[in-house]
Design a protein around this ligand. Structure first.
Ligand SMILES: [Zn+2]
Length: 222
């Protein structure tokens, strides 16, 4: 490990940096493993999600745009309570990571699960009030040609994959630049409140999330 904290941000995207409606998320957490709510909030930006998820892909940005709409309804004051949410998405590497980072939902605490439903969508629930929202990317917004290539890659020969993998990334990046980044999240990610009953996550090693147990204990005792 190099003791050098500077990197060139080669993994970030100039187009994303300049996107006029790129969401930023203000979140509230607790202050320790058994802590109270922190008095201060923090800001999460796209670059933070890339560091967690690994790359600046179309799924990461589509998930961010979708989540900004869902969380905007659940938290009209703009401060997202990451101690109090659970969510569902498709089992996409990218959408699941974005959802977990922004909501605090995780399978191991029974607050994240997946459903076999295509597309970019989230169902996010406030655990205290039961208020639930569903956000779904507009039908046909993401081009069928890109989705076809994504699924066709597995059928190609090893030498065909060399070109196809490059071509796919180029198509995804071009689409982001031309069709996602110039527009507002609410142009393509409509959100609505829905009645919703959360089904327990069938993961038998689930545990207790201790860092939220005492979030409401009054101040004092120092
Ligand atoms: Zn990704």
């Amino acid at each position: 490990m190099k003791d050098n904290h500077e990197d060139a941000l080669w993994y970030w995207s100039k187009e994303a940096e300049n996107a006029p409606y790129m969401p930023t998320f203000q979140v509230r957490d607790t202050e320790s493993s058994h802590g109270r709510y922190a008095a201060q909030t923090k800001f999460i930006r796209g670059i933070d999600l890339v560091r967690f998820h690994g790359h600046a892909c179309d799924g990461l940005f589509r998930g961010m745009y979708a989540m900004s709409q869902a969380l905007g309804v659940l938290f009209p004051d703009g401060i997202i309570d990451r101690t109090n949410l659970r969510f569902l998405s498709r089992n996409s590497s990218c959408l699941g990571d974005v959802g977990a980072y922004l909501t605090g939902g995780r399978v191991r605490f029974g607050t994240q699960d997946v459903r076999n439903r295509p597309g970019v969508w989230y169902i996010v629930q406030n655990m205290s009030t039961g208020q639930t929202v569903e956000v779904v990317e507009g039908e046909g917004f993401f081009p069928k040609g890109i989705m076809d290539l994504e699924s066709r890659i597995s059928t190609l020969t090893e030498s065909e994959k060399i070109q196809a993998v490059s071509q796919l990334k180029q198509m995804q990046d071009d689409w982001l630049r031309m069709h996602l980044f110039p527009y507002r999240p609410d142009d393509h990610y409509p959100v609505r409140e829905i009645p919703f009953t959360w089904e327990a996550v069938p993961y038998e090693n689930k545990g207790t999330r201790t860092d939220i147990l005492y979030k409401n204990v009054p101040m004092g005792g120092e």
